[in-house]
Design a protein around this ligand. Structure first.
Ligand SMILES: Nc1ncnc2c1ncn2[C@@H]1O[C@H](COP(=O)(O)OP(=O)(O)O)[C@@H](O)[C@H]1O
Ligand SMILES: [Mg+2]
Length: 332
């Protein structure tokens, strides 16, 4: 196994609101215009080792897609740096440019991510030909091989995306990414838009590809259940920060952060108690706006065990065994 790994060091991303001319004039005149910055990602550091799948889990709006785009080198962070094999991939700058093809991405929406005017074979072969990984003559064999690996018939190469279901399109998107022979695959909610039965098939495909190819992955999902099947390690994100990270067995078996515990409790499960169906216990409250995050620990307004210290002091990630939690009350 190569020593390739992805390292994010103190990565932050802020989005400033884009104001219209009218809003800028109103703001200059002291009018009531929203000019606050969104802190989408706030000082995240993490590493992914070769052959490892790291799951990134959190509620919608907590910054997962933004962090995934920075990790994939397709968005510049406001601060911090991403390194692949120790070599900087992307850092802060006005003109973010993807500097590497060694990281490929699979997105949530298989309907939006494939060009409807291109045949499936051309969609898969385009990148490898453009980057000199395969000659035009050898491209058909490469396409056939990858269609087979993702469970599609090689004869589908001449078809167009509209002729496929959502699950089949996601298989094509996975083939397109893997045909580039990436060192790391970043998957952003790749099963979220699919029916539950199709989700299971695509989760099984990822498991099979991991076994066959030793894939290294950053696997983003709001669904702890999906991540549990696929990932060795899991990072829990809340309002731009990683609040807990560690080996999957530790995170699921012995969660240390109250937010991780709340997320695990809110996974829908059918428990029969005294003849009553206890369906699920949603997390109390809503994710606060990233425009005005709570001081101290971002989770304190929803935390059942918050103390005064949590309202003023940001907890650092503290390691204990195979996991780290950012909670003043976490055991060390
Ligand atoms: N291009 C953008 N411009 C302004 N705000 C953005 C942009 N992209 C994301 N955001 C904001 O950043 C926060 C995190 O978004 P996102 O990374 O998409 O979260 P997630 O993928 O976890 O749902 C949200 O509040 C979102 O509205
Ligand atoms: Mg997202």
């Amino acid at each position: 196994m190569s020593a390739t790994f992805l390292e994010l060091s103190a990565v932050s991303k802020r989005f400033s609101p884009r104001l219209s001319l009218g809003e800028r004039i109103a703001a200059a005149l002291g009018g009531d215009v929203e000019t606050r910055t969104v802190h989408a990602v706030d000082g995240v550091s993490l590493t992914i080792k070769a052959g490892e799948a790291l799951g990134l889990v959190g509620e919608s709006g907590c910054g997962k897609t933004t962090l995934g785009r920075i990790a994939a080198g397709s968005m510049a962070p406001s601060e911090g740096i991403v390194r692949l094999d120790g070599v900087p991939v992307i850092g802060p700058g006005p003109h973010p440019r993807k500097l590497t093809t060694r990281i490929q991405t699979v997105f949530q929406d298989p309907f939006a991510s494939l060009d409807p005017r291109m045949r499936i074979g051309d969609i898969i072969a385009e990148g490898p030909i453009a980057h000199g990984l395969v000659s035009k003559d050898a491209a058909a064999a490469l396409v056939g091989e990858w269609l087979g690996r993702v469970g599609l018939d090689p004869s589908f190469a001449s078809r167009y995306p509209h002729m496929f279901s959502g699950g089949q399109r996601q298989r094509v998107a996975i083939a397109r990414a893997l045909a580039m022979k990436p060192d790391i695959l970043v998957c952003d909610e790749p099963v979220a838009s699919l029916d539950v039965s199709i989700q299971a098939q695509i989760v099984n495909l990822f498991l099979q590809l991991r076994r066959e190819l030793g894939l290294t992955m950053l696997f983003i999902s709001h669904d702890l259940g999906v991540v549990r099947h696929i990932c060795d390690r899991v990072a829990i994100m809340y309002l731009g920060r990683i609040v807990e990270i560690g080996a999957a067995e530790a995170i699921y078996g012995d969660p240390r952060h109250p937010y991780t515990r709340a997320l695990l409790d809110s996974v829908p499960k059918l428990v029969i108690e005294d003849g009553t169906n206890v369906v699920f216990k949603p997390i109390q409250g809503e994710l606060p706006s990233p425009l005005s995050p709570p001081r101290g620990c971002h989770f304190h307004p929803r935390c059942p065990i918050a103390m005064d210290r949590c309202r003023g002091e940001i907890p650092a990630l503290k390691a204990s065994g195979t996991q780290s939690a950012a909670c003043h009350l976490a055991p060390t």
